[in-house]
Design a binder for this molecule. Structure first.
Ligand code: COA
Length: 567
Protein backbone atom coordinates (compact mmCIF):
# COMPACT_ATOMS: atom_id res chain seq x y z
CA UNK A 1 0.00 0.00 0.00
CA UNK A 2 1.06 3.59 -0.52
CA UNK A 3 1.02 5.23 2.89
CA UNK A 4 1.71 8.91 3.47
CA UNK A 5 2.89 9.82 6.98
CA UNK A 6 1.82 13.35 7.76
CA UNK A 7 3.66 14.72 10.78
CA UNK A 8 4.83 17.84 12.57
CA UNK A 9 8.38 16.41 12.70
CA UNK A 10 10.11 13.12 11.95
CA UNK A 11 10.27 12.31 15.67
CA UNK A 12 10.97 9.00 17.38
CA UNK A 13 7.37 7.74 17.11
CA UNK A 14 7.06 8.72 13.44
CA UNK A 15 10.41 7.05 12.72
CA UNK A 16 9.28 3.83 14.38
CA UNK A 17 5.98 3.77 12.46
CA UNK A 18 7.89 4.53 9.23
CA UNK A 19 10.26 1.59 9.84
CA UNK A 20 7.54 -0.88 10.85
CA UNK A 21 5.36 -0.06 7.84
CA UNK A 22 8.31 -0.33 5.46
CA UNK A 23 9.34 -3.64 7.02
CA UNK A 24 5.87 -4.91 6.08
CA UNK A 25 6.42 -3.98 2.45
CA UNK A 26 4.41 -0.76 2.31
CA UNK A 27 5.52 2.12 0.12
CA UNK A 28 5.91 4.88 2.73
CA UNK A 29 6.57 8.56 2.19
CA UNK A 30 6.65 11.42 4.70
CA UNK A 31 5.48 15.02 4.56
CA UNK A 32 5.90 17.62 7.30
CA UNK A 33 2.69 19.45 8.13
CA UNK A 34 3.89 22.92 7.16
CA UNK A 35 0.64 24.39 5.80
CA UNK A 36 -2.55 23.23 4.07
CA UNK A 37 -1.22 23.93 0.55
CA UNK A 38 1.93 21.85 1.07
CA UNK A 39 -0.10 18.98 2.53
CA UNK A 40 -2.56 19.07 -0.36
CA UNK A 41 0.33 19.12 -2.83
CA UNK A 42 2.00 16.12 -1.13
CA UNK A 43 -1.22 14.12 -1.33
CA UNK A 44 -1.59 14.98 -5.02
CA UNK A 45 2.03 13.97 -5.73
CA UNK A 46 2.05 10.71 -3.81
CA UNK A 47 -1.58 9.62 -4.37
CA UNK A 48 -1.61 7.55 -1.18
CA UNK A 49 -4.04 4.73 -0.42
CA UNK A 50 -3.97 5.80 3.21
CA UNK A 51 -2.73 8.74 5.27
CA UNK A 52 -1.40 8.19 8.80
CA UNK A 53 -0.61 11.05 11.17
CA UNK A 54 1.53 9.76 14.07
CA UNK A 55 2.46 13.20 15.43
CA UNK A 56 0.43 16.18 14.33
CA UNK A 57 -0.18 19.55 15.97
CA UNK A 58 -2.81 20.93 13.55
CA UNK A 59 -5.99 19.65 11.98
CA UNK A 60 -5.72 17.95 8.58
CA UNK A 61 -7.34 20.12 5.84
CA UNK A 62 -10.90 19.17 5.03
CA UNK A 63 -10.18 18.65 1.31
CA UNK A 64 -7.70 15.93 2.31
CA UNK A 65 -9.75 13.97 4.89
CA UNK A 66 -12.88 14.16 2.75
CA UNK A 67 -11.10 12.33 -0.09
CA UNK A 68 -8.75 10.02 1.82
CA UNK A 69 -8.96 7.99 4.99
CA UNK A 70 -6.67 9.78 7.46
CA UNK A 71 -5.74 7.96 10.66
CA UNK A 72 -4.69 10.12 13.59
CA UNK A 73 -2.64 8.80 16.50
CA UNK A 74 -3.91 10.34 19.75
CA UNK A 75 -1.74 9.67 22.84
CA UNK A 76 -4.72 9.07 25.10
CA UNK A 77 -7.35 6.37 25.71
CA UNK A 78 -10.62 6.14 23.78
CA UNK A 79 -12.74 9.20 24.54
CA UNK A 80 -9.83 11.39 25.56
CA UNK A 81 -9.31 14.49 23.41
CA UNK A 82 -7.13 17.56 23.33
CA UNK A 83 -3.58 18.68 22.55
CA UNK A 84 -1.91 17.85 25.89
CA UNK A 85 -3.15 14.33 26.61
CA UNK A 86 0.10 12.97 28.00
CA UNK A 87 0.92 16.13 29.99
CA UNK A 88 -2.40 15.76 31.82
CA UNK A 89 -1.92 12.03 32.33
CA UNK A 90 1.45 12.58 34.04
CA UNK A 91 0.24 15.58 36.02
CA UNK A 92 -2.86 13.76 37.25
CA UNK A 93 -0.82 10.68 38.19
CA UNK A 94 -2.93 8.35 36.00
CA UNK A 95 -2.17 4.68 36.63
CA UNK A 96 -3.33 3.45 33.22
CA UNK A 97 -3.22 5.33 29.96
CA UNK A 98 -3.63 4.57 26.28
CA UNK A 99 -3.31 5.42 22.62
CA UNK A 100 -6.17 5.68 20.15
CA UNK A 101 -6.03 5.59 16.36
CA UNK A 102 -9.02 7.46 15.05
CA UNK A 103 -10.22 8.76 11.73
CA UNK A 104 -9.89 12.47 11.00
CA UNK A 105 -13.21 14.28 10.80
CA UNK A 106 -14.51 17.78 11.34
CA UNK A 107 -14.11 17.78 15.10
CA UNK A 108 -10.55 17.11 16.32
CA UNK A 109 -9.92 13.71 17.97
CA UNK A 110 -13.64 12.90 17.79
CA UNK A 111 -13.71 10.62 14.72
CA UNK A 112 -14.50 6.90 14.73
CA UNK A 113 -11.94 4.55 16.28
CA UNK A 114 -9.84 2.12 14.21
CA UNK A 115 -7.69 0.68 16.99
CA UNK A 116 -6.62 1.41 20.54
CA UNK A 117 -4.20 0.14 23.18
CA UNK A 118 -3.70 0.68 26.87
CA UNK A 119 -0.60 0.54 29.04
CA UNK A 120 0.45 0.92 32.66
CA UNK A 121 2.01 4.27 33.43
CA UNK A 122 5.59 4.32 34.72
CA UNK A 123 6.97 7.04 37.00
CA UNK A 124 8.89 8.85 34.29
CA UNK A 125 9.01 12.05 32.33
CA UNK A 126 6.44 12.79 29.65
CA UNK A 127 9.08 12.42 26.93
CA UNK A 128 10.35 9.10 28.26
CA UNK A 129 6.79 7.74 28.35
CA UNK A 130 6.26 9.05 24.83
CA UNK A 131 9.44 7.43 23.49
CA UNK A 132 8.66 4.09 25.13
CA UNK A 133 5.12 3.12 26.23
CA UNK A 134 3.30 5.48 23.84
CA UNK A 135 5.52 4.53 20.91
CA UNK A 136 5.04 0.77 21.50
CA UNK A 137 1.27 1.14 21.90
CA UNK A 138 0.88 3.52 18.96
CA UNK A 139 2.95 1.37 16.61
CA UNK A 140 0.96 -1.72 17.45
CA UNK A 141 -2.37 0.13 17.06
CA UNK A 142 -1.34 1.71 13.74
CA UNK A 143 -0.31 -1.68 12.34
CA UNK A 144 -3.68 -3.12 13.38
CA UNK A 145 -5.52 -0.19 11.79
CA UNK A 146 -3.54 -0.53 8.55
CA UNK A 147 -4.43 -4.24 8.36
CA UNK A 148 -8.07 -3.43 8.98
CA UNK A 149 -7.96 -0.80 6.25
CA UNK A 150 -6.40 -3.21 3.77
CA UNK A 151 -9.12 -5.78 4.48
CA UNK A 152 -11.50 -3.32 2.81
CA UNK A 153 -14.42 -4.43 4.97
CA UNK A 154 -13.71 -2.95 8.40
CA UNK A 155 -15.97 -0.16 9.63
CA UNK A 156 -14.47 1.98 12.46
CA UNK A 157 -16.51 2.36 15.66
CA UNK A 158 -17.98 5.76 16.44
CA UNK A 159 -17.02 7.05 19.90
CA UNK A 160 -20.62 6.91 21.14
CA UNK A 161 -20.67 3.12 20.56
CA UNK A 162 -18.04 2.55 23.26
CA UNK A 163 -19.59 1.75 26.60
CA UNK A 164 -17.97 2.74 29.89
CA UNK A 165 -15.85 5.55 28.51
CA UNK A 166 -16.00 9.05 29.84
CA UNK A 167 -15.38 11.49 26.97
CA UNK A 168 -13.00 14.19 28.11
CA UNK A 169 -11.60 17.15 26.19
CA UNK A 170 -9.00 19.23 27.98
CA UNK A 171 -7.00 22.09 26.56
CA UNK A 172 -3.34 22.86 26.96
CA UNK A 173 -1.76 22.61 30.40
CA UNK A 174 -1.12 26.15 31.61
CA UNK A 175 1.95 26.92 33.70
CA UNK A 176 -0.49 27.77 36.53
CA UNK A 177 -1.77 24.16 36.42
CA UNK A 178 1.67 22.82 37.24
CA UNK A 179 3.13 25.66 39.29
CA UNK A 180 5.11 24.23 42.20
CA UNK A 181 3.97 25.30 45.68
CA UNK A 182 7.19 24.52 47.55
CA UNK A 183 5.58 24.99 50.96
CA UNK A 184 2.63 22.71 50.22
CA UNK A 185 3.69 20.14 47.60
CA UNK A 186 5.34 16.89 48.57
CA UNK A 187 8.32 15.49 46.64
CA UNK A 188 6.14 13.20 44.54
CA UNK A 189 3.86 16.05 43.43
CA UNK A 190 6.85 18.23 42.53
CA UNK A 191 8.43 15.44 40.49
CA UNK A 192 5.11 14.86 38.69
CA UNK A 193 4.74 18.55 37.86
CA UNK A 194 8.23 18.77 36.38
CA UNK A 195 7.93 15.39 34.61
CA UNK A 196 4.66 16.48 32.95
CA UNK A 197 6.51 19.29 31.18
CA UNK A 198 9.78 17.47 30.31
CA UNK A 199 11.31 18.02 27.66
CA UNK A 200 8.87 20.71 26.35
CA UNK A 201 7.90 23.30 27.60
CA UNK A 202 9.44 22.83 31.07
CA UNK A 203 7.91 23.71 34.45
CA UNK A 204 8.06 27.41 35.23
CA UNK A 205 9.50 28.40 38.59
CA UNK A 206 11.94 30.75 40.24
CA UNK A 207 15.54 29.79 40.87
CA UNK A 208 18.27 32.01 42.36
CA UNK A 209 15.92 34.96 41.80
CA UNK A 210 15.36 34.29 38.07
CA UNK A 211 12.30 32.99 36.25
CA UNK A 212 13.22 29.63 34.71
CA UNK A 213 11.79 26.45 33.24
CA UNK A 214 12.87 23.34 35.13
CA UNK A 215 13.65 19.90 33.66
CA UNK A 216 15.32 16.62 34.53
CA UNK A 217 14.15 16.24 38.14
CA UNK A 218 14.89 13.24 40.35
CA UNK A 219 14.27 12.31 43.96
CA UNK A 220 17.27 13.25 46.16
CA UNK A 221 18.01 10.96 49.08
CA UNK A 222 20.11 11.46 52.19
CA UNK A 223 20.21 15.26 52.19
CA UNK A 224 19.61 17.25 55.38
CA UNK A 225 16.13 18.71 55.91
CA UNK A 226 15.82 22.40 55.07
CA UNK A 227 13.32 25.13 54.29
CA UNK A 228 11.14 23.84 51.36
CA UNK A 229 12.30 25.38 48.08
CA UNK A 230 15.75 26.33 49.36
CA UNK A 231 18.73 25.21 47.32
CA UNK A 232 20.88 22.96 49.49
CA UNK A 233 23.50 21.13 47.43
CA UNK A 234 25.02 20.55 44.01
CA UNK A 235 26.11 17.42 42.21
CA UNK A 236 27.47 17.34 38.64
CA UNK A 237 25.08 19.42 36.50
CA UNK A 238 22.33 19.44 39.15
CA UNK A 239 21.32 21.37 42.23
CA UNK A 240 19.15 19.98 45.04
CA UNK A 241 16.13 21.81 46.44
CA UNK A 242 14.57 20.89 49.73
CA UNK A 243 10.93 19.82 49.77
CA UNK A 244 8.43 19.31 52.62
CA UNK A 245 9.42 15.65 52.90
CA UNK A 246 12.90 15.42 51.34
CA UNK A 247 14.58 17.00 48.34
CA UNK A 248 14.76 16.87 44.54
CA UNK A 249 17.68 17.11 42.13
CA UNK A 250 17.14 19.41 39.16
CA UNK A 251 19.57 18.82 36.33
CA UNK A 252 18.50 21.22 33.58
CA UNK A 253 16.91 24.67 33.36
CA UNK A 254 16.21 27.34 30.78
CA UNK A 255 15.80 31.07 31.48
CA UNK A 256 12.22 32.24 30.91
CA UNK A 257 11.28 35.33 28.90
CA UNK A 258 14.12 34.99 26.42
CA UNK A 259 13.53 33.21 23.12
CA UNK A 260 17.27 32.66 22.73
CA UNK A 261 17.61 30.93 26.09
CA UNK A 262 18.94 27.36 25.92
CA UNK A 263 18.19 24.36 28.14
CA UNK A 264 21.43 23.92 30.09
CA UNK A 265 22.88 22.19 33.16
CA UNK A 266 21.72 24.17 36.18
CA UNK A 267 25.23 24.41 37.63
CA UNK A 268 26.34 26.01 34.38
CA UNK A 269 23.39 28.39 34.07
CA UNK A 270 23.92 29.65 37.63
CA UNK A 271 27.64 28.93 37.91
CA UNK A 272 28.48 31.39 40.70
CA UNK A 273 25.52 30.57 42.91
CA UNK A 274 26.00 26.84 42.38
CA UNK A 275 29.72 27.01 43.16
CA UNK A 276 28.89 28.27 46.65
CA UNK A 277 26.81 25.14 47.45
CA UNK A 278 28.15 22.04 49.21
CA UNK A 279 28.98 19.30 46.67
CA UNK A 280 27.70 15.72 47.05
CA UNK A 281 27.52 12.65 44.78
CA UNK A 282 23.72 12.33 44.64
CA UNK A 283 23.06 12.99 40.93
CA UNK A 284 24.94 10.41 38.88
CA UNK A 285 25.50 10.61 35.15
CA UNK A 286 28.02 7.77 35.19
CA UNK A 287 27.89 4.66 37.29
CA UNK A 288 29.80 1.38 37.29
CA UNK A 289 28.75 -1.98 38.67
CA UNK A 290 30.29 -5.42 38.51
CA UNK A 291 29.04 -8.97 38.72
CA UNK A 292 30.82 -12.30 38.27
CA UNK A 293 33.69 -10.96 36.21
CA UNK A 294 31.65 -8.55 34.09
CA UNK A 295 31.71 -4.77 34.37
CA UNK A 296 28.69 -2.64 33.43
CA UNK A 297 29.22 1.05 32.73
CA UNK A 298 26.01 3.11 32.70
CA UNK A 299 26.02 6.65 31.32
CA UNK A 300 22.46 8.02 31.17
CA UNK A 301 23.45 11.53 30.09
CA UNK A 302 20.43 13.81 29.77
CA UNK A 303 19.02 13.41 26.22
CA UNK A 304 22.04 11.27 25.29
CA UNK A 305 24.08 14.43 24.69
CA UNK A 306 27.78 14.06 25.49
CA UNK A 307 29.65 17.33 25.92
CA UNK A 308 33.40 17.70 26.33
CA UNK A 309 33.38 17.22 30.10
CA UNK A 310 30.98 14.30 29.90
CA UNK A 311 33.27 12.56 27.40
CA UNK A 312 36.32 13.23 29.57
CA UNK A 313 34.57 11.90 32.67
CA UNK A 314 33.34 8.85 30.80
CA UNK A 315 36.84 8.17 29.48
CA UNK A 316 38.19 8.33 33.04
CA UNK A 317 35.46 5.93 34.21
CA UNK A 318 36.18 3.66 31.23
CA UNK A 319 39.88 3.55 32.16
CA UNK A 320 38.99 2.71 35.76
CA UNK A 321 36.73 -0.07 34.50
CA UNK A 322 39.60 -1.39 32.35
CA UNK A 323 41.78 -1.62 35.45
CA UNK A 324 39.31 -4.04 37.08
CA UNK A 325 39.98 -7.78 36.94
CA UNK A 326 37.14 -8.49 34.48
CA UNK A 327 37.16 -9.99 31.00
CA UNK A 328 33.94 -8.44 29.67
CA UNK A 329 32.89 -4.80 29.90
CA UNK A 330 29.39 -3.74 28.86
CA UNK A 331 28.72 -0.13 27.86
CA UNK A 332 25.09 0.41 28.81
CA UNK A 333 24.54 4.08 27.86
CA UNK A 334 21.19 5.26 29.24
CA UNK A 335 17.77 3.59 29.08
CA UNK A 336 16.21 6.30 26.91
CA UNK A 337 19.23 7.11 24.76
CA UNK A 338 22.47 5.20 24.38
CA UNK A 339 24.12 8.36 23.03
CA UNK A 340 23.28 11.17 20.62
CA UNK A 341 26.88 12.34 20.14
CA UNK A 342 28.11 15.91 20.69
CA UNK A 343 26.14 18.07 23.13
CA UNK A 344 24.70 20.58 20.68
CA UNK A 345 23.13 22.71 23.43
CA UNK A 346 26.44 23.21 25.22
CA UNK A 347 28.12 23.98 21.91
CA UNK A 348 25.43 26.53 21.01
CA UNK A 349 25.75 28.19 24.43
CA UNK A 350 29.52 28.47 24.34
CA UNK A 351 31.24 31.80 23.49
CA UNK A 352 32.84 30.13 20.45
CA UNK A 353 30.68 27.27 19.13
CA UNK A 354 33.34 26.34 16.56
CA UNK A 355 36.04 25.95 19.24
CA UNK A 356 33.69 24.06 21.54
CA UNK A 357 32.66 21.74 18.67
CA UNK A 358 36.35 21.04 18.12
CA UNK A 359 36.99 20.28 21.80
CA UNK A 360 33.89 18.09 21.98
CA UNK A 361 34.69 16.02 18.88
CA UNK A 362 38.23 15.46 20.12
CA UNK A 363 36.97 14.36 23.52
CA UNK A 364 34.53 11.87 22.01
CA UNK A 365 37.23 10.64 19.62
CA UNK A 366 39.57 10.01 22.58
CA UNK A 367 36.86 7.81 24.05
CA UNK A 368 36.32 5.95 20.74
CA UNK A 369 40.04 5.38 20.40
CA UNK A 370 40.29 3.98 23.93
CA UNK A 371 37.46 1.54 23.19
CA UNK A 372 38.89 0.41 19.85
CA UNK A 373 42.35 -0.05 21.40
CA UNK A 374 41.13 -2.15 24.35
CA UNK A 375 42.72 -5.54 23.99
CA UNK A 376 42.48 -7.19 27.42
CA UNK A 377 38.68 -7.32 27.51
CA UNK A 378 35.75 -7.94 25.25
CA UNK A 379 33.73 -4.72 25.07
CA UNK A 380 29.99 -4.82 24.34
CA UNK A 381 27.68 -1.88 23.62
CA UNK A 382 24.18 -2.72 24.84
CA UNK A 383 21.67 -0.37 23.21
CA UNK A 384 18.34 -0.14 25.04
CA UNK A 385 17.19 3.34 23.94
CA UNK A 386 17.82 5.13 20.68
CA UNK A 387 21.16 6.39 19.41
CA UNK A 388 21.96 9.06 16.87
CA UNK A 389 24.86 10.43 14.82
CA UNK A 390 28.23 10.06 16.60
CA UNK A 391 26.53 8.05 19.36
CA UNK A 392 25.95 5.19 16.90
CA UNK A 393 29.60 5.05 15.85
CA UNK A 394 30.75 5.32 19.46
CA UNK A 395 28.68 2.20 20.14
CA UNK A 396 30.20 0.49 17.09
CA UNK A 397 33.70 1.07 18.52
CA UNK A 398 33.00 -1.90 20.83
CA UNK A 399 33.60 -5.48 19.72
CA UNK A 400 29.90 -6.29 19.70
CA UNK A 401 26.72 -4.26 19.63
CA UNK A 402 23.61 -5.78 21.21
CA UNK A 403 20.48 -3.88 20.37
CA UNK A 404 16.98 -4.01 21.83
CA UNK A 405 14.29 -4.71 19.29
CA UNK A 406 12.32 -1.44 19.07
CA UNK A 407 15.33 0.84 19.54
CA UNK A 408 16.16 3.09 16.60
CA UNK A 409 19.52 4.19 15.25
CA UNK A 410 20.12 7.29 13.16
CA UNK A 411 23.58 6.40 11.85
CA UNK A 412 24.28 9.56 9.89
CA UNK A 413 25.57 13.08 10.43
CA UNK A 414 24.62 14.85 7.23
CA UNK A 415 21.28 16.14 8.51
CA UNK A 416 23.29 18.33 10.88
CA UNK A 417 24.36 20.74 8.11
CA UNK A 418 26.34 18.18 6.12
CA UNK A 419 28.59 17.38 9.04
CA UNK A 420 31.28 14.93 7.91
CA UNK A 421 31.49 13.17 11.27
CA UNK A 422 34.34 11.53 13.12
CA UNK A 423 34.28 8.94 15.95
CA UNK A 424 36.50 6.81 13.68
CA UNK A 425 33.52 5.93 11.49
CA UNK A 426 35.73 5.69 8.39
CA UNK A 427 37.54 2.79 10.11
CA UNK A 428 34.61 1.24 12.00
CA UNK A 429 31.97 1.15 9.27
CA UNK A 430 33.97 -0.63 6.55
CA UNK A 431 35.40 -2.99 9.19
CA UNK A 432 32.05 -4.08 10.64
CA UNK A 433 29.60 -3.39 7.82
CA UNK A 434 31.80 -3.77 4.73
CA UNK A 435 32.43 -1.02 2.17
CA UNK A 436 29.11 -1.42 0.29
CA UNK A 437 26.96 -1.31 3.42
CA UNK A 438 29.07 1.54 4.78
CA UNK A 439 28.19 3.56 1.69
CA UNK A 440 24.53 2.58 1.93
CA UNK A 441 24.31 3.57 5.61
CA UNK A 442 25.95 6.97 5.21
CA UNK A 443 24.13 7.93 2.01
CA UNK A 444 20.61 6.86 3.04
CA UNK A 445 20.31 9.32 5.96
CA UNK A 446 17.43 7.23 7.29
CA UNK A 447 16.56 5.77 10.69
CA UNK A 448 17.14 2.08 11.16
CA UNK A 449 15.56 -0.61 13.32
CA UNK A 450 17.41 -3.44 15.04
CA UNK A 451 16.98 -6.12 12.35
CA UNK A 452 18.23 -3.82 9.62
CA UNK A 453 21.12 -2.69 11.84
CA UNK A 454 22.13 -6.32 12.30
CA UNK A 455 21.83 -7.15 8.62
CA UNK A 456 24.03 -4.15 7.74
CA UNK A 457 26.65 -4.87 10.40
CA UNK A 458 25.84 -2.02 12.77
CA UNK A 459 24.63 -4.51 15.38
CA UNK A 460 25.63 -8.10 16.13
CA UNK A 461 22.67 -9.26 18.17
CA UNK A 462 19.03 -8.23 18.54
CA UNK A 463 17.47 -8.69 21.97
CA UNK A 464 13.72 -8.95 21.72
CA UNK A 465 12.59 -7.89 25.20
CA UNK A 466 10.86 -4.95 26.81
CA UNK A 467 12.88 -2.02 28.06
CA UNK A 468 12.21 -3.17 31.64
CA UNK A 469 13.81 -6.59 31.04
CA UNK A 470 16.65 -5.51 28.79
CA UNK A 471 19.34 -5.18 31.46
CA UNK A 472 18.52 -8.58 32.97
CA UNK A 473 18.97 -10.30 29.58
CA UNK A 474 22.13 -8.33 28.80
CA UNK A 475 23.52 -9.40 32.17
CA UNK A 476 22.68 -13.04 31.48
CA UNK A 477 24.35 -12.95 28.06
CA UNK A 478 27.41 -11.05 29.31
CA UNK A 479 27.94 -13.42 32.24
CA UNK A 480 27.73 -16.38 29.86
CA UNK A 481 30.30 -14.70 27.61
CA UNK A 482 32.68 -14.17 30.54
CA UNK A 483 32.33 -17.88 31.33
CA UNK A 484 32.92 -19.00 27.77
CA UNK A 485 36.03 -21.16 27.45
CA UNK A 486 36.76 -19.61 24.05
CA UNK A 487 36.99 -16.11 25.49
CA UNK A 488 40.79 -16.11 25.81
CA UNK A 489 41.10 -17.16 22.15
CA UNK A 490 38.70 -14.42 21.12
CA UNK A 491 40.75 -11.85 23.01
CA UNK A 492 43.94 -13.04 21.31
CA UNK A 493 42.27 -12.91 17.92
CA UNK A 494 40.95 -9.43 18.66
CA UNK A 495 44.44 -8.19 19.57
CA UNK A 496 45.85 -9.73 16.38
CA UNK A 497 43.21 -8.04 14.19
CA UNK A 498 43.87 -4.69 15.86
CA UNK A 499 47.63 -5.06 15.29
CA UNK A 500 47.05 -6.04 11.64
CA UNK A 501 44.68 -3.10 11.07
CA UNK A 502 47.07 -0.69 12.77
CA UNK A 503 49.93 -1.86 10.53
CA UNK A 504 47.75 -1.41 7.42
CA UNK A 505 46.65 2.10 8.43
CA UNK A 506 47.08 3.64 11.87
CA UNK A 507 43.97 4.75 13.73
CA UNK A 508 45.57 8.16 14.16
CA UNK A 509 45.47 8.58 10.38
CA UNK A 510 41.74 7.77 10.15
CA UNK A 511 41.15 10.26 12.94
CA UNK A 512 43.31 12.96 11.38
CA UNK A 513 41.54 12.59 8.01
CA UNK A 514 38.10 12.78 9.61
CA UNK A 515 39.07 15.76 11.74
CA UNK A 516 40.47 17.62 8.76
CA UNK A 517 36.96 17.48 7.22
CA UNK A 518 35.35 18.37 10.55
CA UNK A 519 37.62 21.37 10.87
CA UNK A 520 36.17 22.66 7.62
CA UNK A 521 32.63 22.08 8.96
CA UNK A 522 33.43 23.99 12.14
CA UNK A 523 35.78 26.75 10.95
CA UNK A 524 35.30 26.91 7.15
CA UNK A 525 33.35 29.32 4.94
CA UNK A 526 30.24 27.14 4.69
CA UNK A 527 28.07 27.92 7.76
CA UNK A 528 25.64 24.98 7.18
CA UNK A 529 26.59 23.10 10.36
CA UNK A 530 26.27 26.21 12.55
CA UNK A 531 22.88 27.06 11.04
CA UNK A 532 21.57 23.48 11.31
CA UNK A 533 22.79 23.21 14.92
CA UNK A 534 21.19 26.47 15.88
CA UNK A 535 17.88 25.45 14.24
CA UNK A 536 18.02 22.14 16.09
CA UNK A 537 18.73 23.68 19.48
CA UNK A 538 16.05 26.38 19.10
CA UNK A 539 13.61 23.85 17.64
CA UNK A 540 12.96 25.90 14.49
CA UNK A 541 10.39 23.94 12.47
CA UNK A 542 11.66 22.69 9.12
CA UNK A 543 10.43 24.67 6.13
CA UNK A 544 10.36 21.60 3.86
CA UNK A 545 10.58 17.84 4.13
CA UNK A 546 13.94 16.33 3.13
CA UNK A 547 13.65 14.22 -0.03
CA UNK A 548 15.30 11.33 1.79
CA UNK A 549 11.93 10.74 3.46
CA UNK A 550 9.57 12.72 1.15
CA UNK A 551 9.93 10.16 -1.60
CA UNK A 552 7.11 11.75 -3.58
CA UNK A 553 9.32 14.83 -3.95
CA UNK A 554 12.39 12.85 -5.03
CA UNK A 555 12.39 12.69 -8.83
CA UNK A 556 14.65 9.60 -8.76
CA UNK A 557 11.92 7.67 -6.96
CA UNK A 558 9.10 8.57 -9.34
CA UNK A 559 9.32 5.33 -11.27
CA UNK A 560 11.49 3.07 -9.11
CA UNK A 561 10.76 0.75 -6.21
CA UNK A 562 12.12 1.87 -2.82
CA UNK A 563 15.24 -0.33 -2.65
CA UNK A 564 16.38 0.57 -6.13
CA UNK A 565 15.94 4.31 -5.59
CA UNK A 566 17.94 4.15 -2.34
CA UNK A 567 20.79 2.05 -3.75
N1 COA B 1 22.73 17.51 21.81
C1 COA B 1 21.86 18.16 22.61
N2 COA B 1 20.57 17.78 22.72
C2 COA B 1 20.16 16.73 22.00
C3 COA B 1 21.02 16.03 21.14
C4 COA B 1 22.37 16.44 21.07
N3 COA B 1 23.25 15.79 20.31
N4 COA B 1 20.32 15.03 20.54
C5 COA B 1 19.07 15.11 21.01
N5 COA B 1 18.97 16.15 21.88
C6 COA B 1 17.77 16.58 22.62
C7 COA B 1 16.73 17.24 21.74
O1 COA B 1 16.96 18.61 21.60
C8 COA B 1 15.47 16.96 22.53
O2 COA B 1 15.45 17.89 23.60
P1 COA B 1 14.15 18.26 24.44
O3 COA B 1 14.29 17.50 25.71
O4 COA B 1 14.29 19.74 24.66
O5 COA B 1 12.95 17.92 23.65
C9 COA B 1 15.74 15.58 23.15
O6 COA B 1 17.15 15.41 23.11
C10 COA B 1 15.13 14.47 22.37
O7 COA B 1 15.54 14.61 21.02
P2 COA B 1 14.52 14.49 19.81
O8 COA B 1 15.17 15.07 18.62
O9 COA B 1 13.20 15.05 20.22
O10 COA B 1 14.45 12.92 19.76
P3 COA B 1 14.09 11.99 18.55
O11 COA B 1 14.09 10.63 19.14
O12 COA B 1 12.86 12.46 17.89
O13 COA B 1 15.31 12.17 17.51
C11 COA B 1 17.68 12.15 16.89
C12 COA B 1 16.56 11.58 17.79
C13 COA B 1 19.00 11.53 17.33
C14 COA B 1 17.40 11.82 15.42
C15 COA B 1 17.74 13.69 17.02
O14 COA B 1 17.68 14.02 18.39
C16 COA B 1 19.00 14.30 16.46
O15 COA B 1 19.11 14.45 15.26
N6 COA B 1 19.96 14.66 17.34
C17 COA B 1 21.19 15.31 16.94
C18 COA B 1 22.27 14.27 16.68
C19 COA B 1 23.53 14.99 16.20
O16 COA B 1 23.56 15.52 15.12
N7 COA B 1 24.57 14.99 17.05
C20 COA B 1 25.75 15.77 16.76
C21 COA B 1 26.71 15.13 15.83
S1 COA B 1 27.61 13.81 16.61
Amino acid sequence: MRILLLCHAFNSLTQRVFLELRARGHDVSVEFDINDEVTTEAVALFEPDLIVAPFLKRAIPRNVWERHICLIVHPGPVGDRGPAALDWAVLDGEKEWGVTVLQAEDEMDAGPVWAHRSFTMRQATKSSLYRNEVTEAATSAVLEAVEKFSSGTFRPRPLQDFSGISPCCRGCVRQADRAIAWRRDHTETILRKIASADGVPGCKDELFGSQVFLYDAHRADDLPAAEPGSVIARSGPAIARATLDGAVWIGRARLAGNKKAIKLPVTMLFADAAAALPETIGYREICYEEEAGVGFLHFPFCNGAMGTRACEQLLAAYRQALARPTKVLVLMGGKDFWSNGLDLNLIEASPSPADESWRNINAIDDLCEAIVCTTGKLVISAICGNAGAGGVFLARAADEVWMRNGAILNPHYKDMGNLYGSELWTYLLPRHAGPANAQKITQARLPMGADEARSLGLANDVIDVSRANFFAIVKEQALALADDKNLEDRLKEKAAIRARDEAAKPLSLYRAEELRRMKRNFFGFDPSYHIARSNFVFKIPKSRTPVTIARHRDKRCATKPVEEAEA
